[in-house]
Design a protein around this ligand. Sequence first.
Ligand code: 5AD
Ligand code: SF4
Length: 443
Amino acid sequence: MKTFYIETFGCQMNAHDSEKVVGTLLQSGYTQVEEPAEAELVLYNTCSIRDKAEQKVFNRLQQFKREAGKGKTFGVLGCVAQQEGERIFERAPHVSLVAGSASYTKLPELLVQLETGNRRVTGLSLDTTETFDTPFTRRDNPHRAYITIIEGCDKACAYCVVPMTRGPERSRTSDSVLREARGLAELGYTEVQLLGQNVNSYHDPSPPGWDFAQLLAATGRIPGMKRVRFTTSHPRDFVKSIIDAIEEDPALCNHVHLPVQSGSSRILSRMQRLYSKEEYMRRIEWMKRAKRDIAITTDIIVGFPGETEEDFNDTLRLAEEVEYDSMFIFKYSKRPNTPALQYEDHIPEEEKTRRLMVLQERQRAIQIRRNANYVGRTEEVHIEGYNLATGQWIGRTTQNKTLNFVDASLPRPSEGKTLVGQYADVLVTRAGPNSLAGERAAA
Ligand code: 5AD
Ligand code: SF4
């Protein structure tokens, strides 16, 4: 019996890709193990969005350098594999497999090539749509499932490697998406997350010719589907009909992640984001005016080349105006082959750190304010786990907020039956910057 170990870095797309890789390997007769030391095949599914993420995999590979050749095979998958290609063999000579996300269905074939004497194999073509219909997916979570609806990205943001690591946009047919979603509902899944680098530019290649809002609405109508989420969105392609769909169907979650990157139109233009601050704010207005209480989250890059103090202040002002429910803040990181690399006015690292901390502090205050609004409200949660240390159940609201709660009348997981995967109404009694707490509402 051949054994494999896999570690995953990066975004949800990568997490889901790993589920496809695991399923494919199990089907080929491999067994998954929890420790790299026990595995004959060690795989890293990598991320290259920022330099730090890329370095992680080379650090990992370094740790195990001496074990190569002793019956252990090392493989690099994902975005670093696609970006660096065969250069990985030079940087880490004990690696013998390098494959990007469009080649995972070919993994069994590539592994056979290794077994039959090839020292090094690669799968780096991006010219395929095969990635969608991987027949074997081993999902990590029995209640919430990822579904890929679109691969790749046709935008050209000046800082971003993704168009290079994941290739051009390819949408999956609506029929295939809905078939997968229905199958998941039949297996008992009640929550799905539609995935893509830019789900908003989804365009059904089959006859109904649906756009993203239509696909989203159809997914919400599947019997048994209680929660549908999606990520990630690009403001330029984010149209009002998406909000209209959310307004109409409670199964579509009250949460939109809409990365803005900067609050300065000047910087947005240098980033080649294809929208101004005003155009972005129009989309925010649609959400604020909706009857549903839609949580809004975002990504921000601080210290993009040429970002002045005034530009940064524009970002601080935008954060206050929108009052985001949560925000991922990143220091700009130089990436290979991206347009921004050519810019000359790079910001010193200490200044990027300072801006990051200032924004984090502001955002923390905003979140305390936002979350306080929930105290006294009853929210439905999808139960995700139980915290033994605190004796609280861990739940998630439709707004994607963590809501921990107690209920003395509920059985504890140690007493047998688990409530994970079920739904409960919870009265919010306390709010912090990053989560809510409460007690099970009386039935
Ligand atoms: N440097 C810093 N952050 C980046 N992101 C993408 N590329 C870079 C980069 N070169 C951030 C963006 C994106 C998120 C996934 O990662 O904010 O939305
Ligand atoms: Fe990282 Fe982007 Fe690749 Fe996701 S798509 S793994 S965030 S580089």
